[in-house]
Design a protein around this ligand. Structure first.
Ligand SMILES: NC(=O)c1ccc[n+]([C@@H]2O[C@H](COP(=O)([O-])OP(=O)(O)OC[C@H]3O[C@@H](n4cnc5c(N)ncnc54)[C@H](O)[C@@H]3O)[C@@H](O)[C@H]2O)c1
Ligand SMILES: N[C@@H](CCC=O)C(=O)O
Length: 541
């Protein structure tokens, strides 16, 4: 079809509440019980065909009940990854030659399926496999993924409308080609939406993809793949490979046709992947596009004029929702002494009241941390905090992995703001608080800006406009997502485009036109209607 179409105007998916007694709660509860009772074969999907990877088997468990195995997956071997690369390359010509509207329709259909009959499945898989509360699953695996799908179609269409100027007798055009090769998407455990978006944003723009999700997100990734099939994604466009990713580094990142990496995860992994790519630079046909969103040590600064109630709520939600396992989680707070004297007891009481448990019981605020490795890291951090002279454990500080990987929400009060509890990303429910003298606001802003390698999210709480402006200036490069009187988590697609710089990533803003732009390689076409027939110029007389 040659018509210039318009795409549906996207609107953010409404978040459902799942309050007691509602039909939506009952429906979700039933689906959780069904998935919990099954033992899933969590296969690869290569060229539309499902098969178990050839390497060692990996049990996928419920983090809040780690003896409960949800399914089994396996390490992809080098041959498995090579197959996925071949499938992506085979599918590329057909997929990129499909008009944008046809590709977009697959994503829009996936969004509608997810908003409707697939919602419970993706939410249930995320609750069970990643230990998210209902609220945290709903804002992620339902709403954010739906938003990514719908908004990206809208942004993709806007990108295609971007065309050069033409002078008299000439027509200039952009051919918005996909990249000249395949894209690798490597995704983190903590967001089902990010795991879905990373392969699909390049795919929308005509690329084919090898997708390597995290083994601890494999249940939801498995159902995401089934959703895409139900939406009509052709075989080979997105090829899911399982396991820890080492074979992907060795094979896909070494392939001459590798054209782009879409990564979200820790800074350490991203740097390792970048080094691998650098080692293979001479092998590639094109310079690969590298988009990587990584970790954070996200801050909250409370000015003496901060509203104490709003501050406590933001700290609790920002630090302890999803057990602090958001790249955006508040993990360091700097509070003016006059405000601290008001909020301290309330913060401790609310923190102590939070219930973490088996998230299949919808009454809990949170669940467990993702796995034994995360648990061990948090336990070591808590043990060290208990021993440190400059730290007082005000709330939490305990953990227990008997049934699930549970770490109590913890508030640490630290007098040394350069201690590692203020600089290291633990990625768990640990909030470090430093109290500063009211007169030292400017100094504390400088400390916030300079004391960590990261620059992902941050918030200032102040009712004094001059203080808000001062913080905005001083922290301009300290966060890619900056909040005024709000928690530093919970960015919404289309409203707060997300990403950070410095050690936090390439800041390509997932779910925005800036991100989609990375997945095209425009060709400029100049057509001259009446070409010159004389090589001379007027100055020659
Ligand atoms: N900035 C953001 O938008 C954002 C969003 C979510 C999570 N994160 C960050 O992600 C991290 C948590 O996620 P995680 O624990 O899954 O991160 P991770 O770095 O451990 O793993 C990320 C992905 O990389 C894979 N991987 C690891 N080593 C690999 C290798 N050598 N070769 C190929 N693949 C490899 C993993 O299997 C996983 O799929 C935190 O640091 C968090 O801040 C950032
Ligand atoms: N976009 C999410 C964070 C994603 C990282 O884990 C937020 O804004 O809270």
């Amino acid at each position: 079809m040659d018509a210039v179409t318009s795409v549906p105007e996207p609107v953010n998916e409404a978040v459902r509440g799942y309050a007691p007694g509602t039909p939506e709660r009952e429906s979700l509860r039933r689906r959780v019980a069904e998935l919990e009772g099954e033992r899933h074969e969590l296969t690869m999907t290569v060229d539309g065909r499902r098969r178990m990877a050839g390497g060692d088997r990996i049990d996928v468990v419920q983090p809040h009940d780690h003896r409960h195995v949800l399914g089994v997956t396996a390490q992809a071997t080098a041959e498995d990854v090579a197959d996925a690369v071949r499938a992506a390359r085979r599918a590329a010509p057909g997929w990129r030659e499909l008009p944008f509207d046809e590709r977009a329709a697959v994503l829009l259909k996936a969004a509608d399926l997810l908003a409707g009959p697939w919602r419970d499945t993706l939410n249930a898989a995320t609750i069970l496999g990643q230990s998210k509360s209902v609220q945290q699953a709903e804002i992620d695996s339902a709403c954010e993924l739906i938003d990514f799908l719908r908004f990206n179609v809208h942004f993709g269409r806007r990108l295609l409308a971007e065309q050069p100027a033409s002078s008299a007798g000439v027509w200039n055009r952009f051919d918005h080609r996909p990249l000249d090769g395949f894209v690798v998407a490597i995704t983190p455990f903590n967001f089902t939406a990010i795991a879905g978006n990373l392969p699909l944003a390049p795919a929308l723009m005509g690329n084919t993809v090898v997708w390597k999700p995290s083994p601890t997100q494999q249940l939801a990734a498995h159902h995401t793949m089934r959703l895409l099939e139900a939406a009509g994604l052709p075989p080979g466009v997105v090829n899911l490979v399982t396991g820890d990713g080492r074979a992907v580094s060795e094979v896909a990142l070494a392939d001459p046709h590798f054209a782009g990496l879409h990564f979200t995860g820790s800074a350490a992994t991203f740097k390792a992947l970048w080094r691998t790519m650098a080692d293979h630079l001479d092998d590639y046909r094109s310079y690969p596009r590298v988009v990587g969103e990584t970790g954070g040590k996200d801050f909250v600064v409370a000015h003496p004029s901060a509203d104490p109630d709003a501050l406590v709520t933001a700290l609790v939600r920002g630090a302890f929702e999803y057990q602090g396992q958001k790249c955006s989680a508040a993990s360091r707070a700097y509070v003016a002494r006059s405000v601290w004297s008001v909020v301290r007891d309330r913060l401790v009481d609310v923190t102590n009241s939070l219930s973490y448990g088996d998230v299949t019981n919808f009454d809990h605020f949170g669940g467990a941390v993702i796995d034994a490795r995360a648990f061990a890291k948090h336990k070591a951090a808590l043990d060290a905090a208990h021993r440190a002279d400059t730290i007082e454990v005000l709330a939490g500080g305990t953990c227990d992995d008997e049934v699930g990987y549970f770490v109590r929400p913890t508030v640490l009060l630290g007098t040394d703001p350069r201690h590692e509890v203020f600089t290291t990303e633990y990625f768990g429910p640990i909030l470090s608080v430093h109290v500063y003298e009211d007169a030292d606001f400017a100094d504390v802003l400088d400390l916030v800006d300079t004391s960590t390698p990261y620059a992902l999210t941050g918030a200032v709480f102040a009712d004094d406009r001059a203080a808000v402006a001062q913080a905005g200036r001083a922290l301009r490069f300290a966060a890619g997502n900056f909040y005024v009187n709000d928690k530093p988590t919970g960015a919404v697609v289309g409203q707060q485009p997300f990403g950070g710089s410095r050690g936090s990533g390439t800041n390509d803003k997932a779910g925005s036109i800036f991100n989609l732009q990375r997945w095209i390689s425009p060709r400029s076409i100049k057509e001259t209607f009446v070409p010159a027939t004389d090589h001379g110029y007027p100055h020659q007389g």
